[in-house]
Design a protein. Structure first.
Length: 260
């Protein structure tokens, strides 16, 4: 079994347990459920830099990145740095994250927040909304076209933006539909962990212009952004490069300074 299949198998067990612990009604009664969400897609369209900065403690490809940073400070630092949005990994087992991280970030900043998760059930979208997210991620590699349609339409009914992530042409063709806002190309192969910006470059011309294009993973310098911008990318998701430092916000600030 590859790592992605393993993550999804574990996620199914986790989501079933969560559903039995916290009923849908309770999520819908969260004060955050009624909050007006902020569109990340709109922010990216109007940005010169397009940075989406991630909170990421560890990962299957790198094990430990940084366990010492405080998500409240990281969110504030990213906001002060002028990023367009923040991504928060909420998976516990493989990334050391949690829904509490999302809630803490919500309390700390007014950025559009992306719940970075392995979404396999509508219930996780209700959780995203109840804990303060503005955007959800759908990963084409783990979903059927019908599931992508069902989850993206449900997310839109909750006023959440949808970022659909692909890694190859087949996933892209399977996924294109009007209920998506952003098309993300993951430069990391989630089965082998190989990273190449050529993935974003190669798929760019196949993405219709109606979607905001986002390049994800393996971006570690300004040159990479300059290389990707001519391919139409407006968003750049960066995790490890900021999180491996002692001050993720300051690192993002210097990065953005260099881009302007
Ligand atoms: O990062 C991983 O090792 C990973 C493994 C399996 C599934 C997902 C994974 N990462 C999620 C992400 O998409 C990245 O955290 C995000 O794009 C930022 O990447 P990076 O800038 O390379 O930290």
């Amino acid at each position: 079994m590859n790592i992605l299949d393993k993550i999804v198998a574990d996620k199914r067990i986790e989501v079933d347990l969560r559903k039995s612990l916290i009923p849908v009604k309770q999520l819908e009664q969260s004060v955050l459920f009624e909050r007006n969400t902020i569109s990340l897609a709109d922010k990216l369209k109007n940005s010169q830099t397009g940075i989406i900065a991630e909170h990421k403690r560890r990962s299957p490809s790198k094990s430990v990145i940084n366990q010492n940073l405080n998500v409240f400070d990281v969110a504030k630092g990213y906001e002060d740095a002028g990023v367009c949005g923040m991504s928060i990994l909420t998976d516990g087992k493989y990334f050391g994250g949690s829904l509490d991280d999302l809630l803490t970030a919500r309390a700390s900043c007014n950025l559009p927040l992306l719940r970075k998760e392995f979404i396999i059930d509508e219930y996780q979208l209700l959780e995203a909304k109840a804990y303060g997210a503005d955007v959800i991620l759908l990963i084409a590699a783990i979903l059927t076209r019908e599931e992508i349609k069902q989850f993206s339409e449900f997310a839109k009914s909750l006023n959440l933006d949808v970022l659909l992530e692909v890694h190859n042409e087949e996933e892209l063709h399977k996924s294109i539909m009007p209920s998506l806002d952003m098309l993300g190309v993951n430069n990391r192969n989630l089965k082998t962990f190989d990273v190449s910006l050529d993935t974003s470059k190669g798929l760019s011309e196949l993405i219709p212009n109606d979607f905001v294009k986002v390049s994800e993973s393996g971006i570690s310098n300004m040159e990479a952004i300059k290389e990707l911008q001519p391919y139409g990318y407006k968003g750049f998701l960066i995790g490890e490069n900021f999180m491996k430092t002692d001050n993720a916000g300051e690192s993002a600030k210097q990065f953005i300074k260099g881009l302007l």
